[in-house]
Design a protein around this ligand. Structure first.
Ligand SMILES: C[C@H](O)[C@H](O)[C@H]1CNc2nc(N)[nH]c(=O)c2N1
Ligand SMILES: N[C@@H](Cc1ccccc1)C(=O)O
Ligand SMILES: [Fe+2]
Length: 292
């Protein structure tokens, strides 16, 4: 089987996963020199940007992992470290997998990662998560105990939200935390979301541009808020620290889902009267009482 094709499927097998859980071999031996060179380009430009922008926990996770510029990481080696640290492992998948498959993996502390890498002409934009987004963006954070437990609980919560019929509300929580979350670190804001940690342009935009809103995270508010998949976020939501995520795992989401689904939905750029918004002055952020 040629596992280096984008979807990792053998000929004649198109559209059908080889295993019911959609996992495939990473096929590390099949990466080409060009694939490794793409990784190196992405790794080097992103590593320069992240000090002072990514939270300390991201930098520490990266430091402790066998992830470097020269090669696309081998999941077998990542798993030795991750498994020993907190029982998580990476499994290779051909791209986006169905929601229930995704949740089932997360609930069992398996993180599905695309095995393919983007093409040189799509360094800044791609539609499906590739190995750079999944490994560079997500895996350092998975080394952190709070994120490790939160993402497992999200998998369990996903299966429940599906049964209750509130998947859109739950997916927004994931989007505005694990993918695009900011947190407070001293007087500054830092990024911890993988979607911004792995993006050359958005890792700068989310912290330095005057244009997006940076709003104190509030669960029900986030559950009501649509997000953009085709452009920079218009709003980022800010948590106090990663332990705040653990508090969410203890909350029964069902009543929040019900209220969020009945109430008004918000567009990505909306700022509401009750929002607490971070404003920037003199290089540090402070929480404005209210901006409107
Ligand atoms: C709602 C859910 O979190 C989301 O849509 C899932 C679906 N399948 C996925 N599949 C992969 N490989 N990676 C992902 O991030 C997701 N996200
Ligand atoms: N506590 C949530 C589950 C969950 C945990 C963590 C993140 C998201 C959701 C529930 O009751 O369903
Ligand atoms: Fe992601």
């Amino acid at each position: 089987m040629n596992t280096s094709t984008k979807h990792g499927l053998a000929a004649g097998d198109v559209g059908r996963p080889e295993r019911p859980d959609w996992t495939i071999d990473q096929g590390w031996e099949h990466y080409t020199a060009e694939d490794h060179a793409t990784w190196k380009t992405l790794f080097e430009r992103q590593t320069k940007l992240l000090p002072g922008r990514a939270c300390d926990e991201f930098v520490e996770g990266m430091r402790d992992l066998p992830i470097g510029p020269d090669q696309i990481p081998d999941f077998r080696r990542l798993n030795e470290v991750l498994m020993q640290r907190n029982g998580w492992q990476i499994v290779a998948v051909p791209g986006l997998v169905p929601d229930e498959v995704f949740f089932e993996h997360l609930a069992n502390r398996r993180f599905p990662s695309g095995n393919f890498i983007r093409q040189p002409h799509e360094l800044d934009y791609l539609e499906e998560p590739d190995v750079f987004h999944d490994v560079f963006g997500h895996v350092p954070m998975l080394m952190n105990p709070a994120i490790a437990d939160f993402i497992q609980a999200y998998g369990q919560g996903g299966l429940r939200a599906q049964q209750l019929g509130y998947l859109p509300q739950l997916a927004r929580v994931y989007w505005y935390t694990v993918e695009f979350g900011l947190l407070q670190q001293g007087d500054a804001l830092r990024l911890y979301g993988a979607g911004i940690a792995s993006s050359f342009t958005e890792s700068q935009f989310c912290l330095e541009s005057a244009s997006p809103n940076r709003i104190r995270f509030e669960l029900e508010r986030v559950m009501r808020t649509h997000y953009r998949i085709d452009d920079f976020q218009e709003s980022y939501f800010v948590i106090r620290d990663l332990d705040e995520l653990l508090e969410f795992t203890q909350i029964d989401f069902e009543p929040l889902y019900q209220r969020a689904a009945q109430g008004t939905e918000h567009q990505p750029g909306d700022v509401l009267a009750d929002d607490r918004v971070f404003a920037r002055g003199d290089g540090s952020y402070h929480l404005a009482k209210r901006i409107n």
